[in-house]
Design a protein around this ligand. Structure first.
Ligand code: CTP
Ligand code: MG
Length: 223
């Protein structure tokens, strides 16, 4: 297989605080993680999805993804970084050329995003979707503004993030704990990461209200 996507679903969704982790909550009647998987497959380039979830949820995740080209779910770890490493290790045997890493908590990946990442990866080792920062940014100390931070060079990183598989596996195996996303491992190693256009629709369900906003405002515009 040339292109495989890790679907990261081993988190507990503590900030949302729902009855169960946010990736299992219904969005237009289907679990958030099913939306995320279908969105990854929409461009037709991802050959298989490797889900990563809590050990106790493996059977449930496999049935949510039934009918899609998904490998059996594997157990994640205590941090997202540990979960990504578990997913990469599960793929080591089939050694894809490209791996995408996507948050199951992001149910909306606009059409064209995966295609743009793969095109960028023809000439780079890592590529991520990102959105320019729109708000005016302030550096603050003790509740008082110190100064305005120029925002022209600041972007918000989203997922799916795409990488050459052997490089990401090697970097994750050697990484100390504490990386906030996968691209940061390439940055620390001095490897270039290219940007492709992100989207305001590519919301990460994080806080109460996010799910309702995606259901009411974002999905209806895309369907
Ligand atoms: N994730 C994971 N393994 C972990 C932690 C997170 O696979 N140990 C996944 C989540 O399931 C999610 C994605 O990484 O799809 C992004 O993480 P985040 O939005 O922080 O989700 P949670 O960790 O579940 O939420 P919270 O931080 O509010 O508990
Ligand atoms: Mg988290």
């Amino acid at each position: 297989m040339r292109v495989v996507a890790l679907l990261m679903a081993a988190g507990r969704g503590e900030r949302l605080g729902g009855a169960e982790p946010k990736q299992f909550l219904p969005l237009l009647g289907r679990p958030v993680l099913r939306h995320a998987a279908e969105a990854l497959l929409r461009d037709g380039a991802v050959e298989a999805i490797q889900p990563i979830c809590a050990e106790a949820e493996r059977g449930r995740v496999d049935s949510i993804l039934e009918g899609l080209p998904a490998l059996p779910a594997v157990a994640g770890g205590a941090t997202r970084q540990a979960s990504v490493l578990a997913g990469l290790e599960a793929l080591a045997g089939c050694a894809p050329e490209i791996v995408l890493v996507h948050d199951a908590a992001r149910p909306v990946v606009p059409a064209g995003t995966v295609t743009a990442l793969l095109r960028a990866l023809e000439r780079a080792e890592g590529a991520i979707p990102a959105q320019p920062v729109a708000d005016t940014l302030k550096r603050v100390e003790d509740g008082t503004v110190l100064h305005t931070v120029p925002r022209e060079a600041l972007y918000r990183a989203q997922t799916p993030q795409g990488f050459r598989f052997p490089l990401l596996l090697a970097l994750h195996r050697a990484a100390p704990e504490g990386a906030t996303d996968d691209a940061s491992l390439l940055e620390a190693a001095g490897r270039p990461v290219r940007l492709v256009p992100g989207s305001e629709s590519n919301v990460k369900i994080t806080h109460p209200g996010d799910l309702e906003r995606v259901e009411a405002d974002i999905l209806p515009r895309l369907l």
